[in-house]
Every structure is written in structure tokens, then in C-alpha cells.
Ligand binder design. Sequence first.
Ligand SMILES: C[S@@+](CC[C@H](N)C(=O)[O-])C[C@H]1O[C@@H](n2cnc3c(N)ncnc32)[C@H](O)[C@@H]1O
Length: 204
Amino acid sequence: MSVADIRSAYANYADWIHRFEWADRLFTGRYRRDRFGNVDGRVLDVACGTGTNFRHLSETADLVGVDISSEMLAKASDTLAGLEVDGTLRQMDAQNLEFTDDSFDVVISSLSTCTFPDPVAALQEMVRVCKPDGTIRLVEHGQSDSRPIAWYQERRADAHYARMGCRWTQEPREVVTESGLSVRDVNTGLFGILTTFEIAPQGV
Ligand SMILES: C[S@@+](CC[C@H](N)C(=O)[O-])C[C@H]1O[C@@H](n2cnc3c(N)ncnc32)[C@H](O)[C@@H]1O
């Protein structure tokens, strides 16, 4: 799917995703908290969606959230209004970030590389806009190591992609390796579905 196809898919699902965010938090909240908890400084959330990560950031963070979907950003704006975090939201393609080099102390992104048509380009953009002594943190999903769950994911992969543009069996470790990034720390949990990374923009 193209970026335009993905934008219109999320326009249709923004309400639904925001309404059921509590269910997402039930499964992914712990992993988001572990990787993003108390992130501070100038922070960029790439493909921020409805703003599910915002609650985990330090209250003193200076947040910028970007997403390709204006409907998802409208929900993110509601999320931001209910928190103490200072932030701005901008509509932007993750594969072509409109920021100068070394703009952010921390770049975070979650459940996103599966949806970017060119995930390697998006990760390299995250590196470019992150300060050399900063950090990039990801929470990504892939194929489960539990046979029944993996079987279901494989069976539904094409339909899921056609609906949301999401490659839900994509292996995040492979994408990060292909991007040539320097991983400081990596963990996998939730039946092998979620992998979280801390990445050094300029090597370890
Ligand atoms: C599964 S949602 C994840 C949202 C949020 N990060 C979270 O963890 O809940 C994927 C998000 O990626 C956004 N997205 C997809 N392709 C994009 C692109 N090329 N640039 C920016 N955002 C994009 C979608 O609009 C959607 O909000």
C-alpha cells in the first residue's frame, strides 16, 4: 500500500482505535512503560497515532508527535489535552521528516515500522533527526513464537495488510539489522510478539 492508501485506512479507523485504546494498553502498556517511561528532553514520537505513548513520558518532556493521518492526530490532540505534557503535533511522513539533523534528544516510535512502506528509510530518518548523544527507542510487533498465535497471524496476514497496511508478521529485529543501526538493548515479550529496542544513533 502507498502512503496515501495508509493515510485513508487510518482515517477510517481512528475513532475505533481511540475507543479501544484501553485494550491496547492492557497488552502493550507494560512494554511501552519499560521503554518510554520517563523519557525527557526534546522528544519526537514518530507515527504517534492517537498518542498512546504520551502518558509514559516525563511531565517535563518537550514533545513533538508526528503522524501521516490527520484523524489520528485529532485523537492525539485530545490525549495531549488530558495530560501535563507540553506538546505539538504535526502531519508528516515518517520517511521524510521535516526536521533538521540532530533536533531531538530522544526519538520514540511504536507499532509503526510494520506500516511504513519503507521502514528502513523511516529508521534512518529517526537517526538523522536524533542528536548523536541521544537515543532512539522502539516498541514493535512481529510474529509470535507461540505456534497457535503464529498460525493465526499467518492466516490473517494478507487480510490485515489489505485493511490497515500493516505487515504484522514482519520481524522487527530484521528491519533494525537491515537499517544498520547500533542496538544498545533489545527485549522480546508477549509470546514473542513485541520487541523493544534502545538504539544509539551513532553506534555503541
Ligand atoms: C498501528 S498505528 C500505531 C500508533 C501509535 N504509535 C501506537 O503505538 O499506538 C500506526 C500509525 O502509523 C501511522 N503511519 C503509517 N504510515 C505513516 C507514515 N509514512 N508516516 C507517518 N505516520 C504513518 C498511522 O497513521 C498510524 O497512526
